[in-house]
Design a protein around this ligand. Structure first.
Ligand code: HEC
Ligand code: HEC
Length: 465
């Protein structure tokens, strides 16, 4: 038997052939056995079957001719079909057709048609693919084919299946992490702690978990205190996976402080999670999505939470603002100095991935965002604020003002905002704007945001005159 056989033993090959052949013989016999009644001769009475119910009799008519011939035709069609197409055991038929073969042909044709399109997107960065309408449509199609059964048609997920449209990521939300998730799949296991902690212990720790994200009154504070000890100690040591404040450890245990729940956030859900444990598997898709398709799929998923291809406001990384406290703490210096900062001020130390510099431009105003404690201008700034640079080169005045967030000490922040303003000034000079057209101006209130907020760490450049 050949290697592409569909059967595990040649017995089934002959078994199927036997059934088919016997069926054909049986069908022929049935027809002929029913065709014994001859049509009545001219003038002869049609015979009846010889029985009668309440005077109703049954004629013994022969098979209608059209029906007879249709039957014969069908029979021969069946023979012809089995000669051309598979059906007789492993016999492939004269045409050698197979459903897999046809599928592969179609895939080949589709790849030829779309391959160049995929290749085009493969060369584009994720951010750009994410906002391309054509790529979006392809991504949506793939999502509908492979992903909606678990993540839902709106990608918002459901119990046990994460929402892909928010910024809450179990495994990381930058393109590389998303791609890794889709390509290789993920497995998450939360063990059952019921047996180790007992019913009361589970309740206590559940109330502590609830206290991390819920308002007072929604949990039992006494239990929460006892639960906190359990969270941070044996036998469970919850903190090893969920972080010492329950803030989560990416790829190890989810954040428990954000009131976003994969398994439900009611007391009952949480107790159930801790008692019985949870298990999740995100399948790997590298068998279905080749490199180019994976790129589009990744961009699509990334774009679900990063609308219009814009990355989220960078999250804070623990780079303390105080690290620049050695810089001169002269709060008014930002006004005084109009000299370009030395080029070294913009030479880039590596910026942590989750905490990036950024830049935006709208209606005569450019905004430069910075990583915590850093003063590096975003790499793409030259393109984003091209109009601003143009205005400066044409002799318009560019007013540069620095702001910081509210973390860290005030003097250090003022120094930092000055350093950032100078970095932006250096950047503008480097782009060809004459220094006399650039004015550093200290804003009324340099603290533009509460807490460690990326929007606060910014330098604004406005066109004046
Ligand atoms: C059989 C169900 C299933 C299918 C189908 C599925 N996923 Fe998932 N996916 C999951 C589960 C479950 C998780 C969460 C794993 C965990 O708890 O860590 C997940 C997690 C993810 C994550 C990580 C989310 C995070 O917060 O880090 C991404 C991204 C993702 N899926 C994308 C996709 C894409 C794209 C597809 C289609 C190509 C897909 N999934 C198809 C079940 C599925
Ligand atoms: C070995 C690592 C590990 C330890 C230890 C651990 N967890 Fe988890 N926990 C996880 C993982 C992984 C998940 C996510 C499971 C999933 O994605 O399905 C999880 C999920 C949860 C959830 C559900 C979160 C949600 O979004 O629905 C809760 C609540 C929770 N853990 C509480 C605890 C508590 C309380 C303890 C200590 C008694 C604990 N965990 C100990 C790894 C751990």
């Amino acid at each position: 038997m050949n290697t592409t056989s569909q059967f595990t033993s040649s017995f089934w090959h002959f078994y199927i052939i036997a059934i088919v052949v016997v069926s054909f013989i049986g069908l022929a016999w049935l027809l002929l056995s029913q065709n014994v009644v001859k049509p009545p001769k001219k003038g002869e009475e049609v015979k009846t079957m010889g029985h009668s119910w309440d005077g109703i009799e049954e004629y013994n008519n022969p098979l209608p001719r059209w029906w007879f011939w249709l039957y014969v035709l069908t029979w021969f069609f069946g023979i012809g079909y089995l000669a051309m197409y598979p059906g007789l055991g492993d016999y492939k038929g004269r045409f050698g057709w197979s459903s897999t073969g046809q599928y592969q042909e179609e895939v080949k044709a589709a790849n030829q048609e779309y391959g160049s399109l995929y290749a085009k997107f493969a060369k584009m960065p994720i951010e750009q693919v994410a906002k391309d309408p054509e790529a979006k449509a392809i991504g949506q199609n793939m999502f509908n084919t492979y992903c909606i059964q678990c993540h839902g048609s709106d990608a918002k997920g459901s119990k046990g299946f994460p929402n892909l449209t928010d910024h809450d990521w179990l495994w990381g939300g930058d393109p590389a992490k998303i791609q890794e998730t889709i390509k290789s799949g993920r497995k998450a296991t939360m063990a059952a702690w019921g047996p180790a902690l007992g019913e009361e212990g589970v309740k206590d720790v559940a109330h502590y978990v609830m206290s991390l994200s819920k308002k007072e009154g929604q949990y039992d504070p006494d239990r929460a205190v006892r639960g906190k000890a359990l969270f941070h100690g044996g036998p469970a040591n919850c903190y090893t996976c969920h972080g010492d404040k329950g803030q989560g450890v990416q790829g190890v245990g989810p954040n428990l402080t954000d009131d976003v729940w994969l398994w439900g956030g009611t007391q009952k859900n949480i107790i159930e999670t801790i008692t019985n444990g949870r298990n999740s598997t995100m399948p790997a898709w590298d068998n279905f999505l080749d490199k180019d398709k994976l790129h589009i799929m990744t961009a699509y998923v990334w774009g679900l939470s990063n609308k219009d291809g814009k990355a989220p406001a960078p999250k804070a990384v623990a780079t303390p603002v105080q690290s620049v406290a050695s810089a001169p703490a002269a709060a008014s210096a930002a006004q005084a100095s109009a000299a370009p900062a030395p080029a070294s001020a913009v030479s880039a130390p590596t910026v942590p991935a989750a905490d990036k510099a950024g830049v935006s431009y709208d209606a005569g105003k450019g905004i430069f965002y910075f990583a915590t404690g850093k003063s590096d201008v975003a790499a793409e700034a030259d393109k984003v604020v091209a109009d601003l640079v143009k205005a400066g080169k044409e002799g318009k005045k560019l007013v540069v003002s620095g702001y910081t967030d509210s973390t860290g000490n005030a003097a250090a922040n003022a120094a930092l905002s000055k350093k950032r303003a100078e970095a932006v000034q250096a950047f503008l000079t480097k782009q060809g704007v004459d220094t006399k057209n650039i004015e550093l101006r200290k804003p009324e209130n340099t603290t533009a945001a509460q807490g460690n907020d990326a929007a606060g760490r910014r330098v604004e450049v406005k066109v004046e005159g």
